[in-house]
Design a protein around this ligand. Structure first.
Ligand code: NI
Length: 302
């Protein structure tokens, strides 16, 4: 009999035990579920926190769809197709003159022509014709009359024969009429020989004033490098001075003496070797995109 209650008690106790076990399991599952939810929630809400558990970053949905559409399109074909258009648009500068990208120097020879001296210089010009070598002669009308063949040869070689007045008068010290005849008579003589009217005037001694500018129907071309060849009469010195030229310089020499012709025989090859294009004064200003204005004085093209 004692067993019964004991047995019932035991039974009740056992029943309670099972119930408690289920309750424990239930709560344990609840806690597990809660922890799982918490973990997932934290991971999702803390993308930026470095101290969180490393969970593979949930890739936002738009990315996979955008990446393939945006990235492949500007790949090789498109950039290759776009490149020529862009460079083509940038490339053409202010001028399509092939000399515009070159280093240019204008060698000029005054007071001639003198047959032998001038022809020695023209021999070098002809020898370097394949490099497009041209020089400028500021000729005296009186000398051009004496050596028309030399003037013609210079023009035929692509050199510029320009105007240094008829008899080397200082234009600031003569009347307007005489100034006009000094310049225009010479222009007529050069034109009669070469078929081309000279477009430039170099006033003797570089002398100019407002009168010279005002009556001038031509640009006045001076120089940026004076070799002083007429003064030193020394070939080495003339060469050394001329080789100081840089892009845009106008070099002054005189085709009246052999020492200058000898200098030209060294200067022209040396400048060609240095990569300079030796051009006429008109060619240089044109290549540099500088429009020469009548009555204005120019010392260099830069
Ligand atoms: Ni002169």
């Amino acid at each position: 009999m004692r067993q019964k209650p004991h047995g019932r008690l035991h039974k009740e106790y056992t029943m309670n035990g099972i119930v408690y076990t289920y309750i424990r399991i239930f709560f344990a599952m609840l806690i597990c579920a809660a922890m799982l939810l918490c973990l997932c929630g934290c991971a999702l809400n803390n993308d930026n926190d470095g101290d969180m558990i490393e969970v593979p970053k949930p890739t936002p949905h738009p990315t996979p769809t955008f990446v393939p559409t945006v990235e492949p399109s500007p790949t090789p074909e498109q950039t290759a197709a776009a490149t020529p258009e862009v460079t083509g648009a940038i490339m053409p500068g202010e001028t399509d003159n092939p000399l515009s990208e070159e280093k240019l120097v204008a060698l000029t020879f005054d007071d001639g022509p003198y047959g032998e001296v001038t022809n020695r210089i023209l021999d070098v010009v002809e020898q370097y014709a394949e490099y497009g070598v041209h020089v400028t002669f500021f000729a005296l009308g009186s000398q051009a009359e004496k050596f028309p063949n030399t003037v013609k040869r210079a023009a035929d070689l692509g050199c510029e024969v320009a105007n240094h007045t008829y008899s080397h008068k200082n234009l600031t010290k003569i009347s307007e009429d005489e100034r006009t005849s000094q310049v225009e008579d010479t222009a007529d003589i050069i034109e009669s020989i070469t078929g081309t009217r000279s477009k430039l005037v170099r006033p003797p001694y570089g002398a100019k004033n407002d009168d010279v500018r005002a009556t001038g129907k031509y640009p006045l071309i001076l120089w940026s490098i004076d070799t002083l060849d007429w003064k030193t009469r020394d070939t080495d010195s003339t060469v050394a001075e001329a080789l100081k030229a840089v892009d845009g310089d106008i070099v002054l020499m005189h085709d009246v003496r052999d020492d200058t012709a000898a200098a030209a025989e060294q200067i022209i090859p040396a400048l060609v070797e240095q990569g300079y294009k030796l051009v006429t004064v008109s060619e240089m200003f044109e290549a540099k995109g500088i429009a020469l204005e009548n009555g204005k004085a120019y010392r260099k093209a830069r």
